[in-house]
Write a protein of this length. Structure first.
Length: 387
């Protein structure tokens, strides 16, 4: 059955996300990468992956969502394409043999740096699983912006090696989106980078600022200036008709009700991640290679399963339990994101209930630019309608 025929079966909003950290190695050494413990030694074995799959599929009461996303990350996941291919074959076989509700209601998901996307083994895997695949290639924008951060271990930029694979990727996933990260040094290149990605025919640009405390004084003003300039270009040249940039959303910049809008932004605890040692985490950001200051927050392992007492604190998280009064009562609170792992790592103690607020001023700058964008766009549409 073709994937496009399965839209009624696939339930994206109800899917369980299960992540395999197949390797902690990567060809690149991106300067803003939160994976501070990358290395060439920690590689998942098939036996560990098999134990994790068996645990999940044999516990249907606990894993009762209507669909599943099997997510593969690194480092760079495609460095372990042989292992991933074997894991996916095992998943498909087990779903069939167990007559599991997830049979034909699953996706294999990847975020790749794109360096070896053209590799013959990678392409064979894609052809084999294409109807159930979601793949995003990370390209940061222009060559100048991309190579500012996304460099090889010897310092050489990776742009040329990535951009050559974009046409192949888009031919296979024409609606594929890319993920752009903004840190302090590359703020001046936001506008030109988003427009450059549009010129590559990438129609969905998911873009965000890093959650870590890396921001300099006046970065918020520069950020707002870039977004306003980008808004002008998108509106005046009509990009808004066919292209999207996640910085502009009608749903941000409003106050939130502390009762009605008290959900946790992050999905930590609702997800499950497993590493090479077979340890379970509420999210990959709680694995040791993601943490600068804290010890890993393990919630179980492939042999003993999930420890409900270790998982329970994550299931109780909401906006108010981890936010201070300023954040709770903020007039532009909607759309202000946080990362649960960064909250934990940046907290004064070993707690998940202290929200990191390093992006506060950046969020407020985004809201101001966002208001400019929508006011200008609606004025244009109104004028066109009345002509």
């Amino acid at each position: 059955m073709k994937f496009k025929e399965n839209q009624d079966i696939w339930q994206d909003s109800l899917a369980k996300n299960i992540t395999f950290i197949v390797t902690k190695d990567c060809q690149l050494a991106c300067k803003y990468c939160y994976l501070v413990g990358k290395n060439t030694k920690e590689r998942m074995s098939f036996e560990t992956a098999k134990q994790a799959i068996d645990y999940v599929l044999n516990n249907r009461v606990q894993f009762n969502q209507g669909s599943v996303i099997w997510d593969f990350i690194g480092g760079e996941p495609f460095l372990e394409i042989d292992l991933i291919d074997r894991i996916c074959d095992y998943i498909k076989l087990q779903l069939f043999e167990k007559q599991h509700p997830w049979f034909n209601s699953y996706r294999f998901s990847f975020s790749t740096n794109g360096v070896n996307y053209h590799d013959e083994k990678v392409q064979r895997y894609i052809e084999k699983n294409r109807e159930h695949l979601s793949i995003g290639i990370t390209i940061d924008g222009t060559e100048r912006k991309h190579d500012l951060n996304r460099v090889y271990k010897n310092g050489k930029g990776s742009y040329q090696d990535v951009v050559k694979n974009i046409p192949l990727w888009l031919s296979q996933f024409p609606h594929g989106g890319t993920k752009v990260t903004i840190s302090s040094p590359d703020i001046p290149y936001i506008k030109e980078s988003v427009l450059h990605l549009y010129s590559l025919r990438i129609k969905e640009v998911n873009i965000n600022v890093v959650f870590e405390d890396v921001w300099d004084e006046n970065d918020d003003s520069l950020f707002e200036e870039q977004l306003v300039q980008l808004a002008d270009e998108i509106i005046e040249k009509g990009y808004y008709k066919d292209y999207a940039c996640s910085f502009f959303s009608e749903n941000i910049g409003k106050p939130l009700d502390s009762v009605r809008d008290n959900q946790n932004w992050c999905g930590a605890g609702m997800m499950l991640a497993v590493d090479a040692a077979g340890m379970f985490y509420p999210c990959t950001r709680f694995a040791q290679y993601s943490l600068r200051e804290k010890k890993a927050a393990i919630i179980g392992n492939v042999r003993d399963g999930i420890n409900p007492n270790l998982l329970r604190p994550f299931l109780t998280l909401d906006r108010c339990t981890q936010s201070n009064e300023t954040c709770i009562n903020c007039e532009v609170a909607s759309g202000c994101a946080w990362c649960q792992g960064e909250n934990y790592d940046a907290a004064e103690t070993y707690t998940i209930y202290q929200r990191a607020t390093a992006i506060c001023q950046m969020h407020k700058a985004r809201v101001r630019a966002n208001n400019y964008y929508w006011n200008k766009l609606y004025r244009k549409l109104e004028l066109e309608e009345n002509q």
